[in-house]
Design a protein around this ligand. Structure first.
Ligand code: NAI
Ligand code: MG
Length: 497
């Protein structure tokens, strides 16, 4: 009876309102017995408790991932891995509304925005499913004296440690899962402590899709404990990280012990350039939503608005007017356009930058503070804010705020716009608004950033590479080449005569 009960318990993600860890196909309690709260940032209500994994749990998870990598999973053909990914996609589709609600409850994203990401979420999984059957080496002509048959094999890199942020729990987890499962790697996932509910639910769906035990393990917990143990573990072959550049630097340090492969998707201070000849009716909402979407908690948010001086006052004024129309509130309300920030810490951080902006002499045309009355009383809301009179050397123009705060800077001509756009340590996203096609192409070439959006912002597709120049990171996610970062290349040189 005890054995049956323990089997039942291992099949259950929950133990008395506390979510467990997924290790080797079983839901288990954390070694330390410790847990932490997860709360709804719209009203600070307690949603449940999450297991606080530590180095011991990481050890168990990495061991399980290694056994799975060397075990039956290594025998799965590309077709079989594809089948699991496609089954997983169907399950995510069938459960999509519940997953959106989890994202909204746990990190505050407006439900309308969460729902609008359906094509992206499902498209990502099915894209990687497709890639599973495209992996191939080459045969290579060579000049070695004698007769040689030379070819390359592509092999999975091994155990991947994935560390994810909280700002888009559903899609960022899927983005990390796709290349792992397509290539035949295995994985230990450490989700962000602020929003673990969606990644854990995805763990359940992966088991339902028939994924073998140990291929994906999920160890929730804090960055300094579970995250650091994973990044430094000698049994992990590669770390795939998304988050702040401060933590990115720690990941690079932690990876040195066994020379882990590292890919990093870090922050930005992305320029969004508006020329006087742009379609301003499109550029006003475009520039506003480039930064206000997800309350500014997007790595590629267009946080620096560069506007040609002749239209600066009018244009920035219109963006501020647009910001006033945005409905800020609980993300569960289908009419909400802007939700809360993820946590009290993030609220404090953003308020700190608003104070810095004031000290630096920027003027808030709209917003500029926390929203604290009425329906906003218990949540972590900041009014969409447009800061005018910003110079590019101010801290509000150089540092990632990760809140609904736009810094508007004037420029005189093309060259000055390009110079200001590139005067940053980051290089993730960027935008250009103009009707002049030649100018758009020249600016696209001038900007040192991983993505340039022309007359749009934030459009993404699984087939299009995404990632950063400079301190915005290393490597590209999406695109067919993404899986290269999960593959080793082996050269076979065979003397045939
Ligand atoms: P963070 O970079 O510290 O957190 C991201 C992930 O890294 C989380 O899973 C966290 O637990 C983990 N982590 C933290 N310290 C770690 C360590 N020493 N070793 C291994 N893993 C570790 O970001 P945080 O603290 O949540 O947010 C702070 C700021 O970072 C934000 O205000 C924003 O500016 C930036 N950020 C940028 C993101 C992006 O997508 N570019 C996403 C999240 C945050
Ligand atoms: Mg939460």
């Amino acid at each position: 009876m005890a054995a049956v009960e323990s089997l039942a318990s291992k099949r259950s993600i929950d133990s008395g309102g506390t979510k467990k860890l997924l290790i080797d196909g079983n839901w288990v309690s954390p070694s330390s017995g410790e847990t932490f709260e997860t709360r709804n940032p719209a009203n600070n209500n307690l949603l449940g408790r999450i297991a606080s994994g530590n180095a011991r749990d990481i050890e168990l998870a990495v061991g399980a991932a290694r056994r799975a990598f060397e075990g039956p999973w290594s025998k799965f053909s590309p077709f079989e891995r594809q089948r699991i990914l496609l089954k997983f996609a169907d399950l995510v589709e069938a459960n999509f509304e519940d997953l959106c609600v989890l994202d909204t409850l746990d990190m505050g994203v407006p439900i309308s925005l969460a729902r609008s990401r359906k094509q992206r979420a499902l498209g990502l999984i099915r894209f990687y499913a497709g890639l599973a059957t495209t992996i191939h080496g080459d045969t290579i002509q060579n000049s070695i004296p004698g007769e040689f048959f030379t070819y390359t094999l592509k092999e999975p890199v091994g155990v991947v440690g994935a560390i994810t942020p909280w700002n888009a729990p559903l899609t960022s987890t899927i983005w990390k899962l796709g290349p792992v499962l397509a290539t035949g790697c295995t994985m230990v996932l450490k989700p962000a402590e602020q929003a673990s509910l969606t990644p854990l639910r995805l763990g359940e769906l992966l088991l339902e899709a028939g994924l073998p035990d140990g291929v994906v393990n999920i160890v929730t917990g804090y960055g300094e404990t579970a995250g650091a143990a994973l990044a430094g573990h000698m049994g992990v072959d590669k770390v795939a990280f998304t988050g702040s550049h401060f933590t990115g630097q720690k990941i690079i340090e932690a990876a040195k012990g066994n020379i882990k492969r590292v890919t990093l998707e870090l922050g930005g201070k992305s320029p969004d350039i508006v020329f006087a000849d742009a379609d301003l009716d499109a550029a006003v909402p475009g520039a506003a939503m480039a930064v206000f979407m997800n309350s500014g908690q997007i790595c590629s948010a267009g946080t620096r608005l560069l506007v040609e001086r002749s239209i600066y006052d009018t244009f920035v004024g219109k963006v501020a007017d647009y910001a006033k129309t945005l409905r800020v509130g609980d993300g569960l309300d289908p009419d909400t356009q802007i939700g809360p920030l993820v946590s009290a810490e993030q609220l404090a951080r953003v308020k700190g930058y608003l104070a810095i902006g004031r000290e630096e002499g920027a003027q808030a045309l709209v917003g500029g503070d926390q929203l604290s009355g009425g329906a906003h009383a218990d949540g972590f809301f900041v009014a969409p804010t447009v800061l005018a009179g910003v110079r590019n050397d101010m801290r509000v123009a150089q540092e990632e705020i990760f809140g609904p705060v736009l810094s508007a800077i004037a420029f005189d001509d093309f060259d000055e716009a390009a110079r200001i756009a590139n005067a940053t340590s980051f290089g993730l996203g960027s935008g250009v608004w103009t009707r002049d096609v030649g100018k758009a192409h020249r600016m696209a070439k001038s900007i040192r950033a991983g993505t340039v959006w022309v007359n749009c912002y934030a459009a993404m597709d699984p087939a299009v590479p995404f990632g950063g120049y400079k301190m915005s990171g290393h490597g590209r996610e999406s695109g067919t080449q993404h899986i290269d970062a999960y593959l080793e290349t082996k050269s076979v040189i065979m003397k045939v005569a």
